[in-house]
Design a protein. Structure first.
Length: 205
């Protein structure tokens, strides 16, 4: 190994990873149970092959105040990352949709993108069985393995990176441009993984 120092500048869509606070996770789980009991079915509007997908009730009243600081952090960070990201900085934002996913064995989310300006995914429950399943089987197939979320940008070409994959953990939150394609691998473990997703629209008044 030579001792030549080098840098690998990153470019591409601004994908932010943050950690949601425990209180917010607990609240989302509680509100999600209410949506599930009322069967506020969201499947007809979503791409996933997941049976348990439900809209939250009145998320503007309780979720937006919690998530506002994370959206503001994204706006500030992307402005530093790309100085001309906004012709005029957003003055406010609205929540276009907010839903909860109860993903079970053999369910998955195919490649898709969202509507609006930003989208996000928050992981509320990630059973250890999925992590272990991935560790045991990820090298047996030509893919990232069970349970992974993958974001894709650009073409798969020589000397380039066109995707980012990770095994989610509780509280892990991704905020990204709504147009960024992504997909979620299924798993075989008899457990339930819970996540929340939503779309954001900016206002430039």
């Amino acid at each position: 190994m030579n001792n030549i120092e080098y840098k690998f500048p990153y470019w591409g869509p601004f994908l932010m990873e943050v950690q949601l606070k425990d209180e917010a996770i607990s609240l989302l789980l509680k509100k999600g149970k209410k949506s599930q009991k009322k069967h506020l079915d969201a499947r007809k509007k979503l791409a996933a092959m997941i049976d348990g997908e439900y809209y939250f009730e009145n998320p503007n009243e309780w979720f937006c105040p919690i998530f506002n600081s994370y959206v503001n952090a994204y706006i500030e960070a992307v402005s530093e990352y790309k100085l001309d990201a906004f012709k005029t900085s957003p003055t406010s934002w609205i929540l276009e949709k907010l839903w909860i996913n109860y993903q079970k064995a053999y369910e998955y989310n195919p490649p898709h993108h969202h509507v609006g300006d930003l989208s996000f995914v928050i992981y509320l429950q990630v059973p250890e069985e999925i992590v272990k399943e991935n560790e045991k089987t990820k090298d047996k197939h030509n893919n990232t393995g069970p349970g992974m979320i993958t974001f894709v940008f650009g073409h798969d070409m020589q000397f380039s990176l066109s995707s980012m994959s990770t095994m989610p953990r509780v509280g892990q939150t991704f905020i990204f441009p709504a147009w960024l394609p992504h997909h979620v691998m299924g798993f075989k473990s008899d457990v339930e993984r819970i996540s929340v997703s939503g779309n954001i629209i900016f206002s430039h008044d």
